[in-house]
Design a protein around this ligand. Sequence first.
Ligand code: COA
Length: 325
Amino acid sequence: MPFAKITQTAHYVPDNIVSNDDLAKIMDTSDEWIYSRTGIKQRHITVDENTSDLAAKVGEQLLLQADLSADQIDFIIVATISPDSSMPSTAALVQAKIGAHRAFAYDLTAACSGFVFALSTAEKLIAGGYTRGMVIGAEVLSKSLDWSDRSTAVLFGDGAGGVLLENTGTKPLIIAEHLRTDGSRGNSLTSNHLELQPELLGRSKPVAEFIKMDGRAIFDFAVRDVPKNIQETLEKASLKPEDIDYFLLHQANSRILDKMAKKLGAERSKFLQNMQDYGNTSAASIPILLSEAVKNGKLSLDRNSKIVQTGFGGGLTWGTLIVNL
Ligand code: COA
């Protein structure tokens, strides 16, 4: 059975930076409130690029780094909750933009767990016989934010990151995994709900549904269910936190990372963190973190490093992959 290998990583964020102080000019908030509660200092907010533009930039970069042509790509999965449109999918738009005309392409919706779910899926596609694919997490969450709601608007940002996956591995890429969903708790984090035929049934057309969140409920979910999930996945692989080089967790809130490290009995310094620069970019947060770690030399794709990748968020969804790079 062929083994998948992550052979390239890349990320792209829009140029436009919005600091906490910038937000304090348009809503009743402050850098002190946002930073002390979340660890976020700034976020990148797109001006004229949509989700498929950010994702295509990542795709082009992956091809460039690998010295491949686009027609050598078999599949493209884009994890996103902020697609350009429901149809065509963002992945189909990326396929067209980068000219990967042989590739099949589809979006995967699992909110902030999207990249983890997509990488798990892609690994099985490689095991099933495909040679090469892209897994990209891309979000323009700024278009789903209610800029008059300070409790959500300050948390999120735009960006994209991704990996090139090829069938050239010599060992299993994912040592253990545990993916979870609990739809019964889905109401605590929602966006873009569509009403049933408002005009036809004489109902007034609702205003667009923005991201709504019960912050406390999500915080509790993150610090209760997620460390348990990581612990169970480590046990499946007969590993302890000290065997892990780095923990790459979804970048929602630095206080969540503090609590996770404590609950797992793991060194906090092993939990990579970049939400100070990007805010919460949902499905893009883990691949951006991975790409940055490779770029700055913290991680190498060829050093046999063991990393934990854990996503958690809307659905509710959560899940952990223990990845051997
Ligand atoms: N600036 C200033 N004040 C704000 C604010 C902002 N941006 N947002 C909310 N507040 C106010 C609230 O109105 C409230 O005021 P009140 O006490 O007068 O009613 C007060 O701050 C406390 O709000 P609360 O929601 O209780 O804050 P908190 O300490 O729970 O922190 C979050 C809020 C969102 C930072 C926190 O709940 C959290 O991180 N939740 C998880 C979010 C997350 O990770 N989501 C993504 C998962 S994928």
